[in-house]
Design a protein around this ligand. Structure first.
Ligand SMILES: NC(=O)c1ccc[n+]([C@@H]2O[C@H](COP(=O)([O-])OP(=O)(O)OC[C@H]3O[C@@H](n4cnc5c(N)ncnc54)[C@H](OP(=O)(O)O)[C@@H]3O)[C@@H](O)[C@H]2O)c1
Length: 296
């Protein structure tokens, strides 16, 4: 069993400390995000749990503080399905933080029934891609000011089934929950590639991460047969702490090449669509247009 598990889960550890560093983790109240936040707190970072549900977030903060001596963890409200909330969050960060060294764009919604964000975007595209795109745009000055700094976009191996449907980005003509999810996870990698080239000279590095198959609440919208698969092969599936390894690897490993996709704590190949520079720059332009921003 352990040999089988080893094929899916590479163990990783690092002694690197993060005293004096500030990190934001979106969706840090559960799953991979919570474990990522806990590990960063153990390394001495100030960690901002950016969550939409403040009760769940306060609970996560108190769990982390119980496990980590002198944890410097704070909770801030962030609903990625609402650009007003993203603006309010960014304003609060600029008013309360002197620096930002790590932005971990982890929050995600997977394969939910059709719905739209407060701004009318299809929820998976709106939260997983546009919400994090807008958040990163708003926080970029602070990331540049704090360089060397890093942005980590949590994607998925499922991106390889994805295509960017420019003719129907918001699934208004037809909606399929899997199609919308894999599009959003492909968008995370294309955003990573495009952003990396734009900010490298300013000392900001950008990574896309596949956390692997991880036992978390992300399965809440899956149909019964997929939930059965997860239960049956649960012994092969990573724990949330193991799911955080590659994110942490990208957060702390010195001199890691920017703009790439990482899986199992190593650089990994991604799909042809994810390597397409034209799609990456077109998605960038369309995302700016949808959000009504100018990001050169
Ligand atoms: N688990 C896996 O096997 C797997 C595989 C590949 C990629 N991933 C990726 O890993 C990331 C973390 O997922 P997870 O597995 O840890 O699942 P999870 O436990 O369900 O965590 C998802 C987090 O995102 C938050 N979130 C959802 N919508 C949000 C919104 N509008 N605004 C702010 N936060 C929001 C959730 O908050 P609430 O608690 O309030 O809902 C939750 O904290 C996701 O990006 C996912 O796509 C996971």
């Amino acid at each position: 069993m352990n040999v089988l598990r080893g094929l899916f889960t590479k163990s990783w550890s690092s002694d690197i400390q993060l005293e004096g560093k500030t990190a934001i983790v979106t969706g840090a109240n559960s799953g991979i995000g919570k474990e990522t936040a806990k590990d960063l707190a153990k390394r001495g970072a100030r960690v901002i749990l950016a969550c939409r549900d403040l009760l769940k977030a306060e609970q996560a903060a108190s769990d982390i503080s119980r496990d980590v001596e002198n944890a410097n963890v704070v909770v801030r409200k962030l609903d990625l399905a609402d650009t007003k909330s993203i603006c309010d969050f960014a304003e609060l960060i600029y008013n309360s933080e002197k620096s930002l060294h790590l932005l971990i764009n982890n929050a995600g919604v997977a394969m939910c029934p059709y719905s739209t964000t407060a701004d009318g975007f299809e929820t998976q595209f709106g939260v997983n891609h546009l919400g994090h795109f807008f958040l990163t745009f708003l926080l970029m000055d602070l990331l540049k000011h704090s360089a060397p700094s890093r942005v980590i976009n949590v994607s998925s191996v499922a991106h390889s089934m994805g295509k960017i449907h420019f003719e129907d980005l918001n699934s208004e003509k037809s909606y399929h929950p899997v199609k919308a999810y894999v599009q959003s996870k492909l968008a995370n990698i294309l955003f990573t590639r495009e952003l990396a080239t734009r900010v490298e000279e300013m000392g900001v590095r950008v990574y896309a991460v596949d956390p692997g198959l991880v036992k978390t609440d992300i399965t809440r919208h899956l149909n019964k047969s997929l939930q059965f698969f997860v239960k049956t092969f649960g012994f092969l599936i990573k724990t949330p702490a193991e799911g955080a390894y590659t994110i942490l690897y990208c957060a702390v490993t010195p001199d890691l090449p920017t703009g790439n996709y990482y899986s199992n704590c190593a650089m990994a190949p991604c799909s042809r669509a994810a390597n397409d520079d034209n799609t990456a720059s077109r998605l960038w332009a369309v995302s700016c247009h949808l959000l009504g921003i100018r990001w050169k």
